[in-house]
Write a protein that binds this ligand. Sequence first.
Ligand code: G3I
Length: 480
Amino acid sequence: MDKVLARGSGTPTPRPRARTALTLAAAGVAVFAVTVAVATSASAGTTLGSSAAESGRYFGAAVAANKLSDSTYVGILNREFNMVTPENEMKWDATEPSQNQFNYTNGDRIVSHAQANGMRVRGHALAWHSQQPGWAQNLSGTALRSAMTNHVTQVATHYKGKIYAWDVVNEAFDDGGNGARRDSNLQRTGNDWIEVAFRTARTADPGAKLCYNDYNTDGQNAKSNAVYAMVQDFKARGVPIDCVGFQSHFNPNSPVPNDYQANLQRFANLGVDVQITELDIEGSGTAQADNYSKVVKACLAVSRCTGLTVWGIRDSDSWRASGTPLLFDGNGNKKAAYTSTLNALNGGGTTPPTTAPPTTTPPTTAPPTTAPPTTAPPTTPPAGGGCTATLSLNQWQGGFVTYVTVKIGASPANGWTVGLTLPSGAVITNTWSATPSGTTGTVTFRNVDYNGQLGAGASTEFGFQGNGVGPSGTATCTVR
Ligand code: G3I
């Protein structure tokens, strides 16, 4: 298996980088762009997940719980992917079939499988006009608003600490070219339903990245412009949003837009991560392979594009099976699109930024009450051999996530070890992309299988979550 997570570890949760800038700005502190975009050299990872990880990204798949007994399916999943999205199992109709009666059985199965195999989880989706249970479809007004916030609170709390990113709100904009909100029962509860959902999710799971997710927003158009304006407004007013998901369902009638990369970049420039969340491209052969390559290269060219997820594994698993839109055929064989995707991932890219983005517009509402993440200044690669380890801390009341960027010096490394001392009382509960020696006091973190061999000047990231006050600053780093 290529993806090995620390024994006993769970899934990582992200740093909501956006809050850094907002909080600092609210405190009257000048915030400057210190984004570090590091060009990585071409490499030769042999799986989608390991190749994506070489530039600090993930490669995920939508997973159906009822396929976890299919050995071909699971074999590909475990070999190739390091992020999963439950395809239907965390939706409102699945998790709350009767009001206030929650069923997490199938969502939990997917999370357990992910944790046991070193994969992270994108949660999908907390608030959406579609796939609502019948009882919710019949609600309106304050009853529906209360039901929605209760649903967000309950589900995000159940999965707290286990979700990398939540699609908090899905598909809330209209396709009619007018840039309007989609009419839905949720929209009719008031225009603020989206920001209420985000604020509720932040309270329930402060460690999860909170995303807005939509389709037909992959290029610049009236719909993506409307989403852009909403994100810009949320950032300006301190509404907690960390990422925007671009579903990227493509076919001949809806091809990969030529301004795909530019569109990702303009959202990233607002100070949010961007993610390709439901990628599938109908077609076959070279044309399909070229389109996949184009999408992957666009993500790699945008430093805040943190990963890609394909919407299924084999063509036969797809919601659009007849369009053969995925990377593996119905027998589980790699298609030309797989090879072009892997090659594009191995072509290198920019690493996601390790510090908060700049902000120029101070929030006009009260800032979040959590302390701002602290990030040590970026380090230059060591001149000789060796490596450096730079810590980025997201601290909240009672808990923290620390991200560690390991940067290799002038000589290639066969492995690395990072050492640090946790503040008194801090206890690590999760580690990802490294194996820790313990959970308290002085801890060393050793690389896992897929991120030990790094070229000169290359970098990788691991992280850990814990209770108490987390460490920040720098740590020792040695190579083998
Ligand atoms: O599980 C039942 C089965 O018991 C029943 O016999 C069968 C009869 O139709 O239905 C099965 O449920 C289906 C479910 O997928 C599981 O296969 C539903 O009918 C079907 O509507 C549902 O479709 C899902 C669709 O969302 C619903 O909107 C697709 O699997 C899922 O891939 C798709 O995913 C969405 C994202 O959530 C949001 N973006 C678009 C994307 C593609 O439509």
